[in-house]
Design a protein around this ligand. Sequence first.
Ligand code: ADP
Ligand code: MG
Length: 680
Amino acid sequence: NPINISGTPGIEDEDKKPQLTEKQKRKMNIEETKKSLPIYKYRDELLRAIEDHQVLIIEGETGSGKTTQIPQYLHEAGYTKDKKKIGCTQPRRVAAMSVAARVAEEMSIKLGNEVGYSIRFEDCTSERTIIKYMTDGTLHREFLSEPDLESYSVMIIDEAHERTLHTDILFGLVKDIARFRKDLKLLISSATLDAAKFSEFFDDAPIFRIPGRRFPVNIYYSQAPEADYVSACVQTILQIHVTQPLGDCLVFLTGQEEIETCHELLQERTKKLGSLVKELIVLPVYANLPTDMQAKIFERTPPNARKVVLATNIAETSLTIDNIIYVIDPGFCKQNSYNPRTSMETLTIVPISKASANQRAGRAGRVAAGKCFRLYTAWVYKNELEDNPVPEIQRVNLGNVVLILKALGINNIINFDFLDPPPHESLVIALEQLYALGALNHHGDLTKLGRRMAELPVDPMMSKMLLASEKYKCSEEIVSISAMLNVNSSIFYRPKDKQIHADTARKNFHVPGGDHLMLLNVYNQWAETDFSIQWCYENFIQYRSMKRARDVRDQLVNLLGRVEVDLVSNISDNVNIRKAITAGFFYHVAKLSKGGSYKTVKHNQTVEIHPSSSLREALPRWVIYHELVFTTKEYMRQTTEIESKWLLEVAPHYYKSKELEDSTNTKMPKTVGKANSELG
Ligand code: ADP
Ligand code: MG
């Protein structure tokens, strides 16, 4: 596992140091790299500022060493005496894992011992852990078991500028704790210019600025809008490769699927070019990428080759890849958004903000002057991009965090200390949903069910489904379905040259009832083969995703044990399984309407069954879906057939029998008209 030794070419010279072992050499490289980081010069000054102030805002450019170095400095300065821990939150799982691995390596210890990470469904820490990286969501949950964060001496809320929902809520929680835990140090660290705002929120806490080093980056715009930015990326990468001097290239795409498409296209095109060009090493980075592949992006590029990293937003600020000279920015990212009016949550591809565009460009100027190719016009940049992204708290469903806040005893959520408050309507809807799920009573207090729901690290609807499986005596099955839903889109493998085979293989898993049952079928068949790789390969199933599903399942089984749900199995009859799903997801119900499209029951929105669904042809009258995705249309993904009368059984205070009259447009147009006007 080679280490990056950017900016320290002298070390490469092996002749001069023949007596050193490989391990010693690596250690020296690490020391050199640490010393070359911008933060290094400020080590003592920073430690003094932390000593002097309980809360400190730290601002420094991406790559200056905040995330990897500050916890080590604190450890060296004695903040981990008396077995207290240093915590550091990250908005993204990949960042938490990767940074922890790096720090463990820098400290020459095994990951999971003194340095570890904890992310949802994966805890890589031990009794000995004193530097702990975790996702912001994980810390949020830790409050449930340790409301005063007693085991920590320092908490770093890192990447604060990302303004994820959980980070935003953490601001309010840690600010409150700092008031009665005077011994707790609180560091808020950010890559961009929001420091003043954070300082104000934390009662005018001082700001510590780490001056960055930045080389100029030339920006090039497209002359005209690009119709297909993935192929435009491929084109640009090849152009750079053929015409520009060597230097690594970073490309921002929106997700795994785009990254894979781009990767395949690049492979085809470079194969054609053959030996005419230098070697092009293409490396993907996205959230579900396995750890060994993640480590590859940090490996040094061999001489006479060019590395191209195809990344999601993760490389915008959370991860720094050294030696990037060229950046390609198509100008989009994937974003969650929630429409409180229709209570629809969708994942869509949206234009980035100017702030993001500038961060992306900045990635090209860390080690030398760089170039950034924006695949949009200068006009679009100037006139169409927003200045800043909208904080997540203002655009997503708040059910999850409201449930945790309630479980923490924060009753008056409307008056919670928000950095930027969410829309009032979103809070009200979250409360209403939790009430309908039975997590809150009519006073808005947490019920016993709600307390158990809060223990499970999944969305309230999924927690409710898991807990309902107890009543319907099918917890074994629901746990498998939940685990599969967690990895959902990447289970089936569909290579370009074998699409027909892949589709046939997929159809072989279809079972009556719908997609949830199909996922269960896939899992059970795989389990029967003793989790075989070969079986996955033969059936066009992604082994990695299945392995992850199995890990998630193991975790969920443990957690269910904690809330005292017994594992029982009932395969003879799938009605119970579908009822348990309905008990959690009764918000996501749609009814067949004209021309094979569906209408959501409560809000009368037009949606369709996803083309990949097993119900695409069956078109049952009533369906429940796991999520909506918007591509060319609003599609329901993971759809299962239900009976409308179950809704009255599982959600009596949400559905009225009138809404569920089983009519179709063709038979009784009048009734439908009436029902629609009542629901509208
Ligand atoms: P910041 O948090 O200020 O953005 P980091 O502490 O993340 O900075 O990064 C500091 C340096 O550590 C960067 O040069 C980066 O390339 C390097 N680094 C971080 N993670 C890894 C890793 N997993 N492998 C190799 N180098 C890494
Ligand atoms: Mg960082």
